[in-house]
Design a protein around this ligand. Structure first.
Ligand code: MD3
Ligand code: FE
Length: 214
C-alpha cells in the first residue's frame, strides 16, 4: 500500500559544501517580526543604490544595521560606523535579528557567533548580484548567516576562483544559509530576479547577511 502525498514536501536541508548549510524555512517563525524591523531600519537609513569602485551603480538597493555597515563608493568597499548618506550611526541591530543569527549559526554547527554587522539587500525584478567574494570582514573564521524573505531567487555558489563551476540553489521566503570554514571565501552571486510576486512582500526580495566585520 502507498499513502498518497497530499502536499508538496518541503525542500530538505541541504549541504552546499563542507561548511555551508541551507536551513529551509528556519526564519519562518519570526518572518512577521522581521518585516516591521526592516521598515524601521529603512526609515532611519534608507535603501540606496551604491556605486562600485568601477563606477557601476548596483541593481540591488542596500542598507545596514548593527555597529558596522558595509558601504561602497568610487574609493572602494569598506565597513563604517556612520551611514555616509545620513551622517548618523547605522540603526542598531534589532533583538529579533540578533537572536535569529545566533540560533541559525548554532544550528549549523558554529557556536558563539556574535554578529556586529548586518547588510540588507533589496532586489526588485531584474536585480542581480554578480559573482564576488565577501572579503571585507576582518575575521574569516566567523561564519556569515544569510536570511531570505519575499520573492524566490536563484543563488550561485562557486569555488575559490571566479571561473570555477557554479551550483544553482533556489532560495525561498524564510530560508537561512550559513557559510563558514572552508566555504567562507567561495565566489557567489544571485541571478536576475524573476517577476513572481510574493504574498507577503509583493514584488521584492530582501536578503540580509549577518557578519562579524570588526
Ligand atoms: C557564500 N548576498 O550581500 S547571501 C552579499 O542573496 C551577498 O543577497 C546574496 O552575497 C543575496 O554579499 C547572497 C549569501 C552569501 C553570503 C556570504 C557568503 C553567500 C556566501 C560568503 C561565502 C560564500
Ligand atoms: Fe556576498
Amino acid at each position: 500500500m502507498h499513502t498518497p502525498q497530499l502536499f508538496d514536501a518541503p525542500a530538505p536541508d541541504q549541504r552546499l559544501g563542507p561548511a555551508a548549510r541551507v536551513l529551509r524555512g528556519f526564519a519562518l517563525p519570526v518572518a512577521r517580526e522581521l518585516l516591521p524591523a526592516i521598515d524601521a531600519i529603512a526609515a532611519a537609513s534608507p535603501f540606496r543604490h551604491m556605486v562600485t569602485p568601477g563606477g557601476l551603480t548596483m541593481s540591488v538597493a542596500q542598507t545596514n544595521c548593527g555597529a558596522l555597515g558595509w558601504a561602497s563608493d568610487r574609493r572602494g568597499y569598506r565597513y563604517t560606523t556612520i551611514d555616509p548618506e545620513t551622517g548618523a550611526s547605522w540603526p542598531a541591530m534589532p533583538g529579533v535579528f540578533d537572536r535569529l543569527a545566533r540560533q541559525a549559526a548554532e544550528a549549523a554547527g558554529f557556536s558563539g557567533f556574535v554578529p556586529d554587522a548586518c547588510l540588507i539587500n533589496r532586489y526588485a525584478p531584474g536585480a542581480r548580484l554578480s559573482l564576488h567574494q565577501d572579503r571585507d570582514e576582518c575575521d574569516f573564521d566567523a561564519p556569515i548567516v544569510s536570511v531570505s524573505l519575499g520573492m524566490g531567487a536563484v543563488f550561485l555558489f562557486g569555488g575559490h576562483a571566479r571561473t570555477d563551476p557554479t551550483t544553482r540553489v533556489a532560495l525561498h521566503h524564510g530560508d537561512v544559509v550559513v557559510w563558514g570554514g572552508a566555504d567562507r571565501l567561495r565566489y557567489h552571486g544571485v541571478l536576475p530576479l524573476k517577476d513572481e510576486p510574493h504574498a507577503l512582500l509583493g514584488r521584492q526580495r530582501i536578503n540580509f547577511t549577518f557578519r562579524k566585520a570588526g
